[in-house]
Design a protein around this ligand. Structure first.
Ligand code: SAH
Ligand code: DHB
Ligand code: MG
Length: 220
């Protein structure tokens, strides 16, 4: 099966198990000139199911873009929950704010604008309740540092998810040594080496091509 087939299957799964899938948000993002690198609808729903499986009330997201994944997570935490999402580009944050307010979940989403390596220490200093789930989906070069911060901001039982670890197979291509691919390898090596984490990577195909995510739990 080709990438066109993967796309058809994603559409079928979306139609069958989700419905409309908030495509208006994706249209707003496209109209605002944002790159179409959001999670797919099935990936978004999967994230929300993970959040609901662990009854997550506090979620940290690194990499907001137009807030499409944020919307799935915000719905999953419920009206009493909170999503803190970190975004470098003020323009992306602005679009996300509008999308999330428009969907009625704006009050439960705290968008922090700035480089995540600068906003994460601020978040740590606030000494809030630990996060139940962390979704890492920003610049891949800093992925290992984001996992180190996630460890500081979570508790045993929390879940850490890292997006885009396969990159169309680049992860195992010795010729691929761009900073993003190196960042993805580095984060997997950290997940393997870190005694406080147990983790696996899972490949995915679909409308976003061939990619994958890492799933880690914080151990007792
Ligand atoms: N999670 C989103 C997609 C995020 S795309 C979704 O699925 O809908 C990656 C985002 O990370 C982009 O908006 C980009 O501007 C942001 N980003 C890149 N470098 C960053 C950094 N250093 N700190 C915070 N955000 C960053
Ligand atoms: C890219 C980034 C993402 O977070 C993603 O899901 C897909 C692609 C990118 O930078 O190309
Ligand atoms: Mg991603």
């Amino acid at each position: 099966m080709t990438e066109a087939g993967w796309n058809d299957v994603d559409r079928y799964l979306t139609d069958t198990l989700i419905g409309e899938g908030d495509s208006d948000v994706l249209e707003a993002n496209s109209a605002a000139g944002l790159p179409a690198i959001d999670v797919s609808a099935p990936q978004g729903k999967f994230l929300s199911l993970i959040a609901r499986s662990i009854r997550a009330r506090r979620v940290l997201e690194i990499g907001t873009l137009g807030g499409y994944s944020t919307l799935w997570l915000a719905r999953a935490v419920g009206p009493e929950g909170q999503v803190v999402t970190l975004e470098f580009e003020p323009r992306h944050a602005e679009v996300a704010r509008k999308n999330l307010d428009g969907k009625g979940v704006g009050e439960r989403v705290d968008i922090r604008v700035g480089a995540a390596l600068e906003t994460l220490p601020v978040l740590a200093q606030e000494n809030g309740e630990p996060f139940d789930l962390v979704f890492i989906d920003a610049d891949k070069v800093n992925n290992a540092d984001y996992v180190r911060w996630a460890l500081r901001l979570t508790r045993p039982g929390s879940v850490i998810i890292v997006d885009n670890i396969v990159r169309h197979g680049a992860i195992v291509d010795p010729a691929a040594d761009d900073p993003s691919t190196r960042g993805s390898r580095e984060v997997l090596e950290l997940l393997a080496a870190e005694p406080r984490l147990d983790a696996i990577g899972l490949q995915t195909v679909g409308s976003k091509g061939w990619d994958g995510l890492a799933y880690a739990i914080v151990l007792d």
